[in-house]
Design a binder for this molecule. Structure first.
Ligand code: HEC
Ligand code: HEC
Ligand code: HEC
Length: 200
């Protein structure tokens, strides 16, 4: 009887400790693009890129004629604003509905568009490491805190040619996503600037 009691007690303590450990490893939160502003070259390039302007296409007054045509073909109303539509926001903002991410129009400006963190991972924990260790942090340490580097095909495919996107290869073959080709079009995100440190 006592033995069984001790066993159950032991099991409960084990479960508690396990829970506490999980709670201690904080889930990274989204910061917004300004959280990455030290990378000035990348930020400047990104601001001018399609990803840096991806929120605009949700607004009627910002759209081009070509985009009107594309929307009609996808069965969308080109005269409508879609920036309150929960179906669109996950791929046109930073971390929609997630901690620190875009919630609604009152959210910080720098949570609009496909920001750095949509490709490089939510930055709150990595940013602390970066601040503490400057350039001397190791890649593995950053990865353990949620940094994604380099972003691979799976990251892009959360949005590109995804079944939830109105603009996938079922709508039109031109939206087919070829990672190798797309990665060459690096103007879509930012040019490559060599890292000064290897972080190895
Ligand atoms: C699953 C992710 C995803 C969702 C959800 C999504 N989009 Fe997009 N959207 C994309 C991607 C990726 C592109 C770029 C496609 C390309 O050019 O290959 C895009 C492009 C666009 C374009 C430009 C199309 C063109 O040909 O120039 C418009 C306009 C647009 N989206 C509006 C919307 C609207 C409105 C909604 C909601 C009804 C929406 N999107 C939902 C991922 C998404
Ligand atoms: C659409 C995805 C995407 C977005 C958005 C994006 N990046 Fe990148 N980033 C990449 C890819 C891909 C690489 C290249 C990885 C490699 O070297 O193969 C990269 C590389 C980098 C590097 C390494 C040095 C370099 O320039 O190659 C830094 C630093 C960086 N990004 C910062 C940023 C910052 C800051 C932002 C936002 C202002 C941002 N990135 C937005 C995809 C993205
Ligand atoms: C969070 C969603 C999201 C992610 C992740 C994402 N994209 Fe995009 N991408 C978009 C949207 C939305 C557009 C359309 C922006 C516009 O038309 O204003 C776009 C546009 C583009 C374009 C320019 C349009 C075209 O079809 O020529 C390229 C190239 C591109 N993305 C490549 C990539 C690559 C490569 C990655 C991964 C490293 C990536 N994207 C990750 C949402 C995303």
């Amino acid at each position: 009887m006592i033995k069984r009691y001790l066993f159950v007690l032991g099991l409960s303590i084990f479960t508690l400790v396990a829970f506490a450990t999980v709670a201690a490893a904080k889930k990274p939160q989204f910061l917004g693009v300004m959280g990455c502003k030290c990378h000035k070259d990348e930020l400047d390039e990104w601001t001018k890129s399609p990803h840096g302007n991806a929120y605009k296409v949700l607004l009627e007054k910002e759209r081009s004629k070509a985009q009107h045509k594309a929307m009609r073909a996808a069965g969308l109303d080109f005269k409508k604003d879609y920036n309150k539509d929960e179906k669109c926001l996950p791929c046109h903002t930073v971390g929609f509905g997630e901690p620190g991410g875009y919630q609604d129009e009152k959210s910080a400006e720098d949570l609009r568009n496909v920001g750095c963190e949509m490709c490089h991972g939510a930055g709150s924990e990595y940013a602390i490491l970066h601040k503490e260790k400057g350039e001397t942090f190791k890649k593995a340490e950053a990865a353990a805190l949620g940094e994604i580097y380099p972003p691979k095909e799976d990251v892009c495919r959360k949005c590109h040619d995804h079944k939830d996107s109105p603009f996938n290869s079922k709508t039109d073959k031109k939206y087919m996503f070829n990672f190798e080709e797309m990665i060459k079009l690096n103007k879509a995100w930012h040019k490559k600037f060599d890292l000064k440190f290897k972080h190895e």
